[in-house]
Design a protein around this ligand. Sequence first.
Ligand SMILES: [Cu+2]
Length: 120
Amino acid sequence: MVPAAVLPAAAGAATPTRTVSVDLREYAIVMPARLRPGRTTFVLHNKGRFPHNFTALFGPVRFRSGDVPPGRTVRLTVSLVPGAYLVGCTVLHGGHLAQGMFTLFTIGTRRHGSAVWHYP
Ligand SMILES: [Cu+2]
């Protein structure tokens, strides 16, 4: 076990981890539509009566929380890069997706005529 004091500073330590609160419930994911790039901790609150999860279905970075039991809070830290992300709950082989439990968030913008996502 190495004492924390002798560990080198983590790469990107100058940019603190951001925290984004996400509510999971029947049948919606409630969160901001625009986020910033970088290390981000999603704080997932299951405010519903059933298990739910937070899974990247599309996007430049893939992540998944695993199922969050009702009434519980789980943290998921991801290094986000610019682009569009479709996130959803995959519980019941997509049963919750079919009920509309998905949302889109974006990081940065894609100017008309440009193929490149960027963040000013
Ligand atoms: Cu769900």
